[in-house]
Design a protein around this ligand. Structure first.
Ligand SMILES: [Ca+2]
Ligand SMILES: [Ca+2]
Length: 87
């Protein structure tokens, strides 16, 4: 079975999957109607029956939980940025 959220089927959850989901939901929503139920289920990360911005957020959370080094680096950057803003 395909990993949920692994949209390009490379066995990893990363920014590429996020970019793909974002493109599908925000830029080419018409493409969603061409997908099979199984493919749509794979995209419906939060299982609410709809594929939308909430799933992008949910996929983001899954990727962060996955602790990909590149993502961890991005989180570090976000954290330091947030710290700067709080000063
Ligand atoms: Ca992937
Ligand atoms: Ca959803």
């Amino acid at each position: 079975m395909a990993t949920e959220g692994d949209l390009n089927h490379d066995g990893k959850l990363d920014e590429q999957d996020l970019a793909f989901l974002r493109q599908l939901t925000l830029e080419s929503p018409g493409l969603l109607s061409h997908l099979s139920e199984q493919e749509k289920a794979c995209l419906d990360i939060n299982h609410d029956g709809h594929i939308n911005y909430d799933d992008i957020v949910a996929l983001c959370g899954k990727i962060i939980n996955n602790h990909e080094p590149a993502t961890t680096h991005a989180i570090d950057k976000l954290t330091s940025l947030r710290n700067k803003l709080n000063r």
